[in-house]
Design a protein around this ligand. Structure first.
Ligand SMILES: Cc1cc2nc3c(=O)[nH]c(=O)nc-3n(C[C@H](O)[C@H](O)[C@H](O)COP(=O)(O)O)c2cc1C
Length: 502
C-alpha cells in the first residue's frame, strides 16, 4: 500500500514542488553520475523529455547504497530531504523517450517584425532587463533577445518593499504584484548600455521600451533611441498601471486616440519597427489594436500587468506594506496567463500574423506556456516574473522543451505553429451541445478520499454516491458530464470517457 501511494502522482507532485530548485544544487554535486538537480528542474518546468534524456540508463537510484543526494539535500535543513532516488526512478519509468532521430534537430529560429531571431524567448521589459550585465548574461545563457526596462525622461522614485505575491502551494508565486515604474536611470545612462549590448551581441534581438508624457516627448524618445543605435525594435509602453506621473502609463493605453497619436509620433521619428504594448485592463483590445495600427505599429505586445490588490490586512501596522499602506498596482505571473491568452488571441483576430507580429507576454514559465502563446499567434515571447522567481536559467528548459516537442511532432519550423490554434477557438454559442462525455473511474488508483463525491454533491449535480463505505459510484442518469470530479481528483483516478450523443 505504501508503495502504491508513493507511486501515485500526488506523492511525485508533492516531492517536486517541495524541491527548493537550488542554485548549483548540492545533490547533483555529490551524486557524480547524474545531474539530479537539473533533472528535477527540467521535470518541474514540464520538460519531461529533457529530464529523461539526462537520466542515463545505467543509473538505478533505487539500488544506490550511499544515497548521498538525500544527505546533501538542502530541503532537509527545513524539514525532510526530497526523496530524490524515488523521483529519479519515477521520471525514468514515466517518461518513455518519445523523441526519435527521424528529423534533424529542429531549431527555434523565427521571424519577428521582419527580423530573424535565434529563438522567440526574450527577457520581458522590467527590472530583469535594466542593465548591461543582466542582459549580457541572459544572452550568453541562450535567451534570443531582451526587451529593455522602459526608458524615458522621468526618473522614478520607488517604494520599499516593491512586491507582493499570492502564493501557490509550497511558497511558489501564483501571482506577483509590483509597484515598479519605468527605469530609475537617466536616459543617457540607459542608452549607453543598450548601444554597447548590441555591439557585443549583434545577432540578438534588442527591443527598446520607451514611455513619454506627450506627443513631443514620444517623438523625441523614438528619435533618440534610433539615433543612439542598438535597438532593433521600439516598444511603446502604453500600459504600466502604476505610473505616478501625469499622462503616463496605462491611462494612455485606455485612450485609443492617444495610442494612435503617440504611435504616429514615434513612427514619424524612426525607421525602426514599432510595437505597441497594450494594457489588459480593457474589455476588448480591438479599438486599441486598430489605433496602434493606424498610428504605424507593426505589432502588438501584451499583456502588461493587470490592476490588482493582493494583500488586505486587518492588523495593518506601520511595519507592514509601505508604512501600513498598499495601493492598486500591476499583477503578473502564472495567474495572469489565461487572461493574457484571451487578450492576445483577440488581438491576433484583428490582423493576419503574416503581416503583423505579436509579442506574447504574461505568466510564461514553461515551454508549454510558450507554445500556447505561439499557437494563438505570437512569434515572440517575453518572460518576466518567472525569471524573477527562478532565474535566467529557465531558458534551458524553455528552449529544450520546445525543441523536443517539435522533434516528437516532426515540426521543422516554429513558424508552422504560429496561430495554428486560432481556428479552434470559437464563440461559445458554436460549441457542440448535443453530445456528452461521462467520467470514468479507475478504482485501482482511487484512494477513496471522497473529494469527487463532495464536489459533485456541493458543486455539481449529486451524481456520485459512495458505496461500500467510500467507493465512488457514478449515477449516470444524474451526471451532466461537467467533469468537475475529474478536475478535483487529487490522484488522477478519474478520466474522460468517450464522447457520445445525448
Ligand atoms: C517588477 C516588474 C517591473 C516591470 N517593469 C516594466 C517596464 O518597465 N515596462 C514594461 O513595459 N513592463 C514592465 N513590466 C511588465 C512586464 O514586462 C510584463 O508585461 C508582465 O509582468 C507580464 O509578464 P510576466 O507574467 O512574465 O511577468 C514589469 C513587470 C514587473 C513584474
Amino acid at each position: 500500500m505504501k508503495n502504491q501511494i508513493k507511486k501515485s502522482s500526488i506523492y511525485t507532485e508533492n516531492e517536486l514542488s517541495r524541491c527548493l530548485l537550488c542554485n548549483n544544487p548540492p545533490c547533483s554535486k555529490v551524486c557524480g553520475k547524474i545531474d539530479t538537480g537539473k533533472i528535477i528542474r527540467s521535470y518541474y518546468f514540464k520538460n519531461k523529455a529533457g529530464a529523461a534524456l539526462r537520466l542515463k540508463d545505467n543509473s538505478d537510484c533505487a539500488t544506490c547504497e550511499t544515497q548521498n543526494c538525500i544527505k546533501a539535500c538542502i530541503r532537509g535543513r527545513v524539514d525532510l530531504p526530497i526523496d530524490i532516488p524515488f523521483l529519479m526512478d519515477y521520471i525514468r519509468d514515466e517518461v518513455r523517450l518519445h523523441t526519435q532521430d527521424t528529423i534533424d534537430e529542429p531549431n527555434l529560429k523565427i521571424d519577428f517584425c521582419g527580423i530573424e531571431c535565434e529563438n522567440p524567448f526574450v527577457l520581458g521589459s522590467s527590472v530583469i532587463s535594466s542593465n548591461y550585465e543582466m542582459c549580457a548574461s541572459a544572452l550568453e545563457a541562450g535567451w534570443g533577445g531582451i526587451a529593455t526596462k522602459t526608458v524615458g525622461y522621468v526618473t522614478c522614485k520607488e517604494v520599499s518593499p516593491r512586491f507582493e505575491i499570492s502564493e501557490k502551494e509550497n511558497g511558489h508565486f501564483n501571482g506577483f504584484k509590483n509597484f515598479e515604474q519605468i527605469s530609475e536611470h537617466s536616459i543617457e545612462k540607459d542608452l549607453k548600455w543598450i548601444k554597447r549590448l548590441k555591439k557585443d551581441y549583434p545577432t540578438k534581438l534588442i527591443i527598446v521600451s520607451i514611455m513619454g508624457s506627450d506627443e513631443k516627448e514620444w517623438g523625441e524618445l523614438a528619435q533618440l533611441v534610433t539615433e543612439n543605435g542598438g535597438a532593433d525594435i521600439i516598444e511603446c509602453n502604453f500600459s504600466c498601471p502604476q505610473m505616478t506621473f501625469k499622462n503616463m502609463g496605462s491611462d494612455t493605453g485606455e485612450n485609443s486616440e492617444l495610442v494612435e497619436l503617440y504611435t504616429r509620433a514615434c513612427k514619424t521619428n524612426t525607421h525602426l519597427p514599432i510595437l505597441a504594448k497594450l494594457t489588459p485592463n480593457l474589455s476588448s483590445p480591438d479599438a486599441f489594436v486598430e489605433a496602434a495600427m493606424r498610428g504605424g505599429a507593426i505589432g502588438i505586445s501584451g499583456i502588461n500587468t493587470i490592476k490588482s490588490l493582493t494583500t488586505v490586512d486587518f492588523h495593518n501596522t506601520l511595519d507592514k506594506g509601505v508604512c501600513g499602506k498598499t495601493a492598486i498596482s500591476g499583477y503578473s505571473g502564472k495567474a495572469v496567463k489565461p487572461i493574457a491568452l484571451r487578450f492576445m488571441r483577440d488581438t491576433a483576430m484583428k490582423f493576419h500574423p503574416a503581416h503583423h507580429s505579436i509579442s506574447g507576454i504574461g505568466g510564461i514559465e514553461t515551454w508549454r506556456d510558450a507554445l500556447d502563446f505561439i499557437m494563438i499567434g505570437a512569434s515572440n515571447l517575453q518572460v518576466c516574473t518567472a525569471v524573477m522567481e527562478y532565474g535566467q536559467r529557465i531558458i534551458e528548459d524553455l528552449t529544450e522543451g520546445l525543441k523536443l516537442f517539435m522533434k516528437e511532432q516532426k515540426i521543422h519550423s516554429l513558424q508552422e505553429l504560429v496561430g495554428c490554434a486560432l481556428k479552434d477557438i470559437i464563440p461559445a454559442s458554436d460549441l457542440n451541445r448535443s453530445s456528452i462525455v461521462y467520467p470514468v473511474f479507475d478504482l485501482s488508483s482511487c484512494v477513496k478520499c471522497g473529494r469527487c463525491y463532495l464536489s459533485c454533491r456541493d458543486g455539481g449535480h449529486q451524481a456520485i454516491e459512495l458505496i461500500k463505505g467510500r467507493t465512488p459510484n457514478l449515477i449516470v442518469d444524474k451526471c451532466v458530464g461537467c467533469q468537475l470530479c475529474r478536475l478535483v481528483c487529487p490522484v488522477n483516478a478519474i478520466s474522460e470517457g468517450k464522447r457520445i450523443d445525448r
